[in-house]
Design a protein around this ligand. Structure first.
Ligand code: FNR
Ligand code: XEN
Length: 358
């Protein structure tokens, strides 16, 4: 197998990314009743012009109570389809595959926007009651005690994921990611720190996987086989005895058997006081292990900022795709600059309007 590089295309199912550089999902807290706005069109559109192979639209709530903040994107209503379709059309016109992350924030929902402090909002101050696997609060600035979902409540939420996936397809999304990371609802089921249930959704490893595996199965059934279907995991809670990389490898094997195409490998977020060894590329070994041991494609994310660093991740087979988050906020044309550093400018398709500048 020839060595792959950052500017080589990546084909998954019927979709080909023009390079292996994606925009990691990043909440903008700038939606109106869940509808994307001009902010999203300009913010995400600019990254498409800057050369992104893939844009994953931010955590998009499948239900109003699944929003982190009142400004989150949503797909719980038909009115939210067209504003997303508008963004997707622009991304596609400029060579970028439009993806989306479907999410439910569980016990971390009902918070203020970060620039308004980020703490839980009381129900009489713009907040709402939250749900989770167990009636255990996250803590710190998010002290609200959620209601434990009943089995009927679990099925209802899974149905909301299915309906949102149908709407994402109607809006032209070609890459679907289920958010099962960062201490939100699906991760709350996986981690024993937040899942204290004694029914078939809690306790044993097998039971803690049930919510995600069932959700994947029902969503996969409505998401076309030809389109990539992916899951973001927090591959470790960074807390001894909690959710860890060994469990993530086994979960990834089971997700692969459900026709999941790629695992997006993040970490943390289950509890406020975890000791996370933050450093450049610190989550890459997680993507590498899952890729090798579960035999599934992976995305690496987290403090990836340098072109050579990103190219090494691909060429050393640690991951199939690199996602950048904050670096895109500093540099909306990161791929154009990276291509110059790596001597790959010929691999770019610059907008004709910009081409003479390069
Ligand atoms: C994020 N992140 C994030 N993750 C996710 O899965 N869904 C989301 O909607 C968001 N939202 C979000 C907003 C903002 C402002 C930031 C900075 C981050 C996490 C993000 O996708 C990424 O995993 C991390 O930022 C780590 O990558 P970088 O920033 O080190 O490249
Ligand atoms: C554990 C890292 C979490 C980073 N963030 C993730 C978000 C939004 C806030 C920031 C998410 O996953 N929606």
């Amino acid at each position: 197998m020839p060595t792959k590089h950052l500017f080589d295309p990546l084909t998954i199912k019927s979709v080909t990314l023009r390079n292996r550089i994606g925009v990691s999902p990043m909440c903008q807290y700038s939606a109106e009743d869940g509808r994307l706005t001009d902010w999203h069109l300009v913010h995400l559109g600019t990254r498409a012009l800057g050369g992104a192979g893939l844009v994953i639209v931010e955590a998009t709530a499948v239900a109003p109570e699944g929003r982190i903040t009142p400004g989150d994107a949503g797909l719980w209503s038909e009115q939210q389809i067209e504003p997303l379709a508008r963004v997707n059309r622009f991304l596609k016109q400029h060579g970028t595959i439009p993806g989306i992350q479907l999410a439910h924030a569980g016990r971390k929902a009902s918070a203020a926007r970060p620039w308004e402090g980020g703490a839980h909002l009381a129900d009489d101050a713009g907040g709402w009651p939250t749900v989770a696997p167990s009636a255990v609060a996250f803590g710190g600035d998010l002290p609200k005690v959620p209601s434990a979902l009943t089995e009927a409540g679990i099925s209802h939420v899974q149905g909301q994921f299915v309906d949102a996936a149908r709407r994402a397809l109607a809006a032209g999304c070609e890459w679907l990611e289920l958010h099962s990371a960062h201490g939100y609802l699906s991760h709350e089921f996986l981690s024993p720190l937040s899942n204290q249930r004694i029914d078939r959704y809690g306790g044993s490893f097998e039971n803690r996987l049930r919510f995600l595996l069932e959700t994947v199965r029902v969503v996969r059934a409505v998401w076309p086989d030809r389109l990539p279907f992916t899951v973001r995991l927090s591959c470790t809670d960074w807390v001894p005895g909690a959710w860890d990389i060994d469990q993530s490898v086994e979960l990834a094997r089971q997700l692969r058997a459900e026709d999941v195409d790629l695992i997006d490998c993040s970490s943390g977020g289950a509890v406020p006081d975890a000791k996370i060894p933050v450093a450049p590329g610190f989550q890459v070994p997680l993507a590498d292990r899952i890729r090798r041991e579960a035999g599934i494609a992976t995305a690496a994310v987290g403090l990836i900022t340098e072109p050579l660093q990103a190219d090494d991740i691909i060429s050393h087979n640690c991951a199939d795709l690199v996602l950048l988050g904050r670096e895109w906020l500093r540099d909306p044309i990161w791929p154009i600059r990276a291509a110059r550093v790596l001597g790959k400018s010929a691999a770019l398709s610059l907008p004709v309007q910009y081409a003479r500048a390069w």
